[in-house]
Design a protein around this ligand. Sequence first.
Ligand code: CTP
Length: 399
Amino acid sequence: MTVRFHRRILLGVTGGVAAYKAAELTRLLVKARIDVQVAMTEAACGFIAPATFQALSGKPVLTDLWDPRIPNRMAHIELTRQADAILVAPASADFIAKIAQGTADDLLSTTVAARNCPLLVAPAMNREMWANPANQRNIAKLRADGVTLVGPDTGEQACGETGEGRLVEPAALLEAVLALYPSPRLAGRKAVVTAGPTFEAIDPVRGITNASSGKMGYAVAEALRDEGAEVVLVSGPTALTPPEGCTVVGVRSAAEMLAAVQAALPGAAFFFAVAAVADYTPQVQAPHKLKKSGEPVTLTLVPTVDILATVAGGPTPPFCVGFAAESRDLATYAENKRHSKHVPLIVGNLAQRALGRDDNEIVLFDAGGAHALPPAPKPVLARQLVDHAIRLAETQGAS
Ligand code: CTP
């Protein structure tokens, strides 16, 4: 099964012999490219050392509510806000009672109480403890509170008895975690994205460029990657960190961007032209720094190749998405670009609302009309855009 990147689980380990199985679970989660942060109760540390989880997860294990490594000293809030879900495995009878009561007296119970994400609980205890009416009352409370119970299994127990209360096997726990995430729709598909500005050199130290931070293009690349696509991000000069899990090809000029896109294109199902490509480039690049003379200077600019139009005009084009950054008349210019470049989807935005900012306001233009999305951070808009493009490509049978 292909797994999305950047899935983050908080694994809570509580006291019980089955704690050793949580080590195997950590290994499986990491292998499935899920980021695992382990938090242990004091009792859990009596069964298995935090060093084991640290080695397997690649991260320090948290046990202390007052951990000085958490900058704002609010480990319980930080932990849950950074996780897609919390899985407590194994969950002891005592810890289940704490969750049922809302008790918050150590790092893990406080984190569970402060959570804003789904909670999965995998109980592990002796069969009599499991069947105990008090425990069953607590389990019923957890269910009523929307907690997902994973197990327990029935079988041989560490204490030598046989019955219900065994921790579910790590592979099945992994499946329960994977079931939280919608399956990626672009697994096995390739997507090429352009981002950032281009830089057209005048001489070795000067050039013409466009204002573009690259944030939207990088967010689109990440959204495609999170849908399971193999992403090639062709990026002009930006100050951004290359997104994990994408192949990043750094370029400078429009000509270099065109060449990199053409090299990456074979087999691509999607092409997102997010870059602010220079429309003109100096006809001549001076080999040495130009010296000032005090006289007016004339620079002859020649048009660059339109990368989007070239790709969309190819014999078997991928599903193409273009951007239109305008300063006025958004709908008219965006629709004109959609028709003239022969692309099924154009993303319109007003440059003054978008440039360099972390959020944006966009309108999607396709054959069905204009779809305005509410203002949101660029990563949110990128996910909505990718979702729209996937649906449109499906209906057109083009992806
Ligand atoms: N584009 C491209 N190659 C170019 C110019 C633009 O691939 N040489 C792409 C952009 O990445 C964007 C779309 O075309 O997806 C529209 O770009 P934009 O600069 O808004 O429009 P232009 O076609 O350049 O028209 P104008 O500058 O007149 O608005």
